[in-house]
Design a protein around this ligand. Structure first.
Ligand code: C5P
Length: 401
């Protein structure tokens, strides 16, 4: 894209998160972009056109016809290097999926030849509704890239998925996807994610707090780099669908082992980010265990170590493990790297605030089998996934040469 400024067409819809869009425009401009803004009629209720016109230094476009002039949506679509709809309301997402064209923003979408990205923002039940999820999947299948939503406190007071991603994250994502290489094209990347669950009886199981967010971020990043992605995800993780990757849902460590073994031979990169239970009940009761007056104990046996099993079968695969430690982190991680025959290990410590289970952020160190040790700042899991795959690619290139 040479030295020209990157041209961003920002579409704003009627969601409370629209109040953040002047900051988003400023963040794009600070990153060296030129920005034009198109808004839906209801976006006007949440953000002032004057603010947007002032920060973007361009007239804000809202109507197909404007004081006798025709706002040419085709030209806007051609002008932009990327069209980003942020916040994208459930209503606009539904209209985009259906091809409805009753405002300028939708006309721009239908005629855009550039990359289209959306940052959904809505209440969590609206976001998780099957209709919204279907619409998002339809758009993804057609090449639209989704950014977020993040999880956290929502305007309704509820807590969950549906917050528009922060402006800085949106800017990073948009610019990166414009400049992204196809560095993993034709590569098979397999990622395990989430917890495993080990049944005690038909009602109870042993598991852990993993949500699968880190593994999902890795899978999405690999997809962006052009890889064929398979995600093996524990049923206890947050529900995740993506029609652009193969997703296999498993429950126990045994099931995860089998799914991993059947995908290993063809894998170029195998990342084991799942939190696998180390022990499973020796006997699974066929009926619900009734409580008694006395205490009870359950006899546990070891689960298979999936990563060590893959390490022993490794040929040309690049094998990446994770280590979550609470003490002596570096020493334990180095031991695992060696013992399990890995190419690299990603260490996150529960001692770091914002790192580990269920958070949207992580703070990692990467150790590799050449003795390199890299320490990173606290970042969103999306950004952490970039660091991990960048290092994996570096090792892959070194192994080829
Ligand atoms: O040995 P430890 O469980 O701490 O190692 C963590 C790494 O090993 C993670 O990558 C995890 O996914 C993997 N693991 C595994 N099978 C197990 C336990 C952990 O593959 N039974």
């Amino acid at each position: 894209m040479s030295s020209q400024p990157t041209r961003i067409l920002l579409g704003i819809t009627g969601s409370i998160a629209a109040y953040k869009t002047p900051e988003l425009v400023r963040a794009f401009i600070k990153a060296g972009c030129e920005v034009k803004v198109v808004i839906t009629p209801s976006a006007n209720d949440f953000v002032s056109e004057l603010s947007l016109a002032t920060v973007s230094k361009n007239e804000v476009l809202g109507n197909i016809h404007n004081e006798g002039q025709w706002n040419n949506h085709v030209e806007l679509g051609m002008w932009a290097h990327a069209f980003i709809v942020a916040p994208a309301s459930a209503n606009t997402i539904a209209k985009m999926a259906q091809g409805i064209c009753d405002n300028l923003l939708l006309a721009c979408f239908l005629s855009a030849r550039c990359k289209v990205m959306i940052a959904p923002a809505m209440d969590l039940d609206m976001y998780h509704h099957a209709a919204t999820q279907n619409n998002l999947n339809t758009l993804r299948q057609r090449g639209v890239i989704t950014i977020g939503p993040a999880s956290g406190e929502l305007a309704s007071g509820l807590i969950g998925d549906g917050r528009m991603e922060e402006p800085s994250t949106i800017v990073n994502e948009v610019l990166r996807s414009l400049h992204v290489s196809n560095s993993l094209k034709n590569k098979q990347v397999v990622i395990t994610a989430g917890p495993t669950r080990e049944a005690i009886d038909p009602v109870r199981f042993i598991s852990n707090h993993s949500t699968g967010k880190m593994g999902v971020a890795l899978a999405e990043e690999a997809l962006q780099r052009g890889a064929n992605v398979k995600l093996i995800i524990g049923k206890g993780a947050l529900g995740y669908t993506n029609p652009n990757m193969e997703i296999s849902c498993v429950d126990t460590a045994e099931e995860m082992l089998n799914a991993s073994l059947s995908s290993f031979e063809k894998a170029d990169i195998f990342i084991m980010s799942a939190a696998v239970a180390d022990y499973t009940p020796e006997h699974v009761a066929t009926q619900k265990i009734k409580k008694k007056e006395d205490d009870m104990s359950i006899s546990l046996k070891r689960t298979p170590d999936i990563l060590a099993t893959l390490g022993s079968k490794k040929k040309n695969q690049l094998l990446v493990g994770f280590a979550l430690e609470t003490n002596n982190e570096l020493e334990y991680a180095k031991n695992k790297l060696e013992k399990k025959n890995l190419d690299m290990i990603v260490l996150n410590s529960l001692q770091d605030a914002g790192a580990g289970f269920a958070t949207d952020t992580n703070k990692i160190s990467i150790l590799d089998n050449e003795g390199n040790e890299l320490h990173f700042e606290l970042k969103t899991k999306k950004m952490v996934a970039i660091d991990i795959l960048n290092h994996a690619e570096k090792i892959m290139i070194k192994n080829i040469n």
